[in-house]
Structure formats: structure tokens, C-alpha cells
Write a protein that binds this ligand. Structure first.
Ligand code: NAP
Length: 309
């Protein structure tokens, strides 16, 4: 039986792994389908303390994993398919295999929000993508007009990154002001290759018939005017949805599916703790996820100690 099973290997999960491993609990850390989490798809992380020059997102996650493994964490590629958290020991089904655990830390993160268009789903990976750093350098996008959708830091980062490859980057945002941090917004708005398309939403992505992206249809939400923007790629960066479906009806969540911690990192089930983006609709930063991972680890350690008493 495992002392601690950590679901997720983003900043929250791996920080929880470092702390529980240093407490000699030999945590089992399950990667899910995206080892390293969303940060591995970022280019440079400039706001994680301790890296004055910035750090590559993939490298940061790699370092966290190495740090956890150095103290005895076991990182395993595996997806949790089912959870039995209503009785102890807790049981998890991981790629068909049962795993028993005294405590569980949920650090399952968040996934990309979709626009919800039929054409978006049909053209995914055929010019529609949710990750500029993963796909931006593909030959199909080189020297072509590109579209980024969104107005937050992710959209700003994607747009800036894509200026290296595209001939022009149209940034389609539903309002006339970016949500992104001031520094990112200033970089975007002063970049000669980025053309903001304000007050606009994407209503369709063309061309499903040709099985590739050729343009987007956009509608101005203030005037109702519709336009077509030619492009070879659409990069959607409109935020995230928490990866918490597995816990629905078991662990308390808010209406958007974010897990609601009780005090600190505790959930409604004693012995099950939560950390990171799956429980954070406010801050959603690498450093806050790491901090929550630390809290969850300390609480899991204390819970295990209380079981021994
Ligand atoms: P976000 O801050 O939630 O921004 C999402 C953007 O998408 C908003 O501009 C929103 O518009 C727009 N949007 C949402 N739903 C939409 C829809 N259905 N159709 C069209 N537009 C839609 O998400 P994020 O940019 O992914 O950032 C998440 C968190 O990570 C933030 O806390 C951010 O600061 C952080 N982050 C930081 C960095 C960095 O520091 N370098 C990089 C990436 C992310 P409205 O503005 O109108 O709501």
C-alpha cells in the first residue's frame, strides 16, 4: 500500500512529491497524459522566483522531477481511470491496475478551454492548435498569416512566440483591452507583426472541406460586422478548464468544476488533499501551484502521522 499517491506532475504535483519524498514517504507520482503539465508547453517562464534570466518551462519541470526523484519519489507514466475515495484505504485504477493508498494528493491541473465550434474540433491538429510552443515552428505555419484567439497572458505569449514564424499574427480578442499583465500587453501592442482585432469573436474556422485551416470568420460584437481573416493556423488561448471530472460527485467542486479546498489543502474527504490549478480559479501561477503542492504535502504527512497515533 502506498503512503501517498500524487495525481499529476505539474508544479503542484512535483512540489508535493519533493516534500513528501523528503519526509521519507516514498510518494508514487502519476503523470497522466501530460507529464510535466501545462508549463511544459510554455516557452520562457519569467516569473518563477530564483531564475533572473527566466527558465524554459520544460526544463523547469524536468528539474522539479529530478529533485523529487533524488529524495525517493517514484514518477510513473500512468493515467488514473477511476477513484474509490469513499472508504480507506483509497483505491485508484491506474491504466487498469489497482493502487491502494493511505493518502491522495489531487494535482490534476487544467486543460485548454475550447471555443466549442464544430469546425474547431474538425480542424484540430490540421491548423487549429492550443499550443504555439508545441506547433508554432511547423513548416505549414512558416511565413504565413496566423491567428491567436484570447486576451490573457497565454494569448499574449503565444502571439509573441508566433512572430518568429508567421508573416503576421492577428490577435482576436472579444474586448478592446487585454487581460494580460501590463508587461506582456505592452510587448504585444508594440510588436510590429501583431495586429489586434478588438471586440471580436471567431464564429467559424475555414475550411473543413479542404481539411486544413485557410481562414477564420470573425464577428465584431459591438457592430455585428463580420469579416474573414486569411490564415494558415489558429492558436486558441482562451483559458483553461480544471481536470476534475474524475472526482465529480465525490470531492466538493464549485460550479465551474474547480475543487474547493476546506482549510488549507484539505478536501471534504479526510486524507485526500488538493493542490494547483485544479483548485485555483484566481491565481493560476506556477509559484502558487508549487506553494499549494507544499501545503498538500505537509498536510498529508500530518494526516499519516495522526493515523499512526
Ligand atoms: P485567462 O487569464 O483566463 O485569459 C483567458 C482569455 O481568453 C481572456 O482574455 C478571456 O477574455 C478570453 N476568453 C475566455 N473564454 C473565451 C471564449 N469563449 N471566447 C473568446 N475569448 C475567451 O487565461 P490565460 O491567459 O491562459 O492565463 C491563465 C493564468 O496563467 C493567468 O493567471 C495568467 O496570468 C497565467 N499565465 C501567466 C503567464 C506569464 O506570466 N508569462 C503566461 C501564461 C499564463 P476576457 O478577457 O474578456 O475575459
Amino acid at each position: 500500500m502506498e503512503n501517498v499517491v500524487i495525481i499529476g506532475t505539474g508544479c503542484a504535483g512535483l512540489t508535493a512529491a519533493i516534500y513528501t519524498a523528503r519526509a521519507n514517504l516514498k510518494p508514487l507520482v502519476l503523470t497522466g497524459t501530460m507529464p510535466g503539465g501545462l508549463l511544459t508547453t510554455t516557452s520562457t517562464v519569467e516569473n518563477f522566483p530564483g531564475f533572473p534570466e527566466g527558465v524554459d518551462g520544460y526544463e523547469l519541470m524536468n528539474r522539479l522531477q529530478q529533485q523529487a526523484e533524488r529524495f525517493g519519489a517514484r514518477v510513473k507514466f500512468g493515467t488514473v481511470e477511476q477513484v474509490g475515495l469513499k472508504q480507506t484505504p483509497f483505491t485508484l485504477t491506474v491504466d487498469g491496475e489497482p493502487v491502494e493508498a493511505r493518502t491522495v494528493i489531487i494535482a490534476s491541473g487544467a486543460g485548454h478551454r475550447h471555443l466549442g465550434l464544430e469546425s474547431e474540433a474538425k480542424l484540430e491538429k490540421k491548423g487549429v492548435t492550443y499550443c504555439a510552443t508545441c506547433d508554432g515552428a511547423l513548416p505549414v505555419f512558416r511565413n504565413q498569416p496566423l491567428v491567436v484567439v484570447g486576451g490573457g497572458d497565454s494569448a499574449a505569449e503565444e502571439a509573441l512566440y508566433l512572430t518568429r514564424f508567421g508573416s503576421v499574427v492577428h490577435l482576436v480578442h472579444r474586448r478592446d483591452e487585454l487581460r494580460a499583465s501590463k508587461i506582456m500587453a505592452a510587448r504585444v501592442l508594440s510588436h510590429p507583426k501583431i495586429k489586434p482585432v478588438w471586440d471580436s469573436v471567431v464564429t467559424d474556422i475555414l475550411d473543413v472541406e479542404q481539411d486544413k485551416v485557410t481562414a477564420v470568420r470573425v464577428k465584431n460584437v459591438k457592430t455585428g460586422e463580420e469579416n474573414t481573416i486569411d490564415c494558415a493556423g489558429v492558436f486558441i488561448a482562451i483559458g483553461h478548464v480544471p481536470n476534475t471530472e474524475l472526482f465529480q460527485g465525490i470531492i466538493d467542486q464549485d460550479e465551474a468544476g474547480y475543487i474547493v479546498p476546506k482549510a488549507g489543502a484539505a478536501t471534504n474527504i479526510p486524507g485526500v488533499f488538493v493542490a494547483g490549478d485544479c483548485a485555483d480559479r484566481v491565481y493560476r501561477q506556477a509559484i502558487t501551484a508549487a506553494g499549494m503542492g507544499c501545503m498538500a504535502a505537509i498536510e498529508a504527512e500530518r494526516h499519516l502521522a495522526s493515523l499512526e497515533e
